[in-house]
Design a protein around this ligand. Structure first.
Ligand SMILES: Cc1cc2nc3c(=O)[nH]c(=O)nc-3n(C[C@H](O)[C@H](O)[C@H](O)COP(=O)(O)O)c2cc1C
Length: 202
């Protein structure tokens, strides 16, 4: 079996379809973004790529702030809706009964339902073509308490995070190993993960 070669495209998957809030208490908005990722460890940095025509664009550009929320599989419908409706026509917070609370480091609303959120400050705006890339420092990370075990470790597998691939939404499935498991000695009775602390940072 050979391969077929397609013209250039955006077929990188899976990606998190993150819910991004922007603005402040007076004027806020929320949209779904799949063009996102981590780009630096120290300082922790991320990016979102946003089309200038989005209602959220001027809010992010003017304030230089946004919050990126990782949705759960139960939030798939909300993630899809926030990526279909525009804040130019509807108040998505009201329409979808979205509960918010104050964030610690930025003025944007923090989604109560999202288990993990990154509060971000824009450091650079890079026009790329269809989208402008907002490069940002992560100022704070908000994590649901019920994802932390008795040793203080984040059990991210409990979060049931949502994935997006080639136009479809997926659940993550089961954990099959920790980073470095391929080179670690097998401990009897343990599968996949092996011993040692999980390394969250690279
Ligand atoms: C799964 C999904 C991923 C999306 N990813 C992006 C993206 O990366 N960048 C972008 O500008 N729009 C993206 N969109 C489209 C916006 O979320 C959509 O146009 C939204 O209605 C914009 O809202 P606003 O006008 O209120 O800002 C995505 C939509 C969906 C459903």
């Amino acid at each position: 079996m050979g391969k077929i070669t397609w013209k250039p495209g955006t077929l990188e998957a899976p990606l998190p379809p993150v819910l991004v809030t922007c603005g402040n208490r007076e004027k806020a908005n929320i949209l779904t973004i799949a063009w996102t990722g981590i780009v630096n460890s120290e300082p922790p940095m991320t990016y979102i790529s946003v089309r200038p025509g989005r209602a959220s664009y001027p809010l992010i550009r003017q304030s230089g702030e946004f919050i990126l929320h990782l949705p759960t599989s139960r939030m798939a419908r909300l993630a899809d809706s926030c990526g279909i409706y525009t804040g130019a026509k509807v108040n998505k917070f009201e329409k979808f009964h979205i509960q918010t609370e104050e964030a610690s480091s930025v003025a944007c609303p923090l989604l109560c339902e999202a288990p993990i959120a990154l509060e971000c400050k824009v450091t650079q705006v890079i026009p790329l073509g269809s989208h402008d890339l907002f490069l940002a420092k992560i100022l704070a990370v908000d994590v649901d308490e019920n994802l932390i075990d008795e040793t203080g470790r984040l059990r991210i597998e409990k979060a049931d995070l949502l994935a997006y691939a080639h136009g479809s939404y997926f659940t993550l499935g089961k954990k099959i190993g920790n980073m470095g498991f391929s080179v670690r000695k097998k401990t009897p009775g343990r599968s996949g993960g092996g011993a040692g602390p999980a390394r969250a940072s690279r």
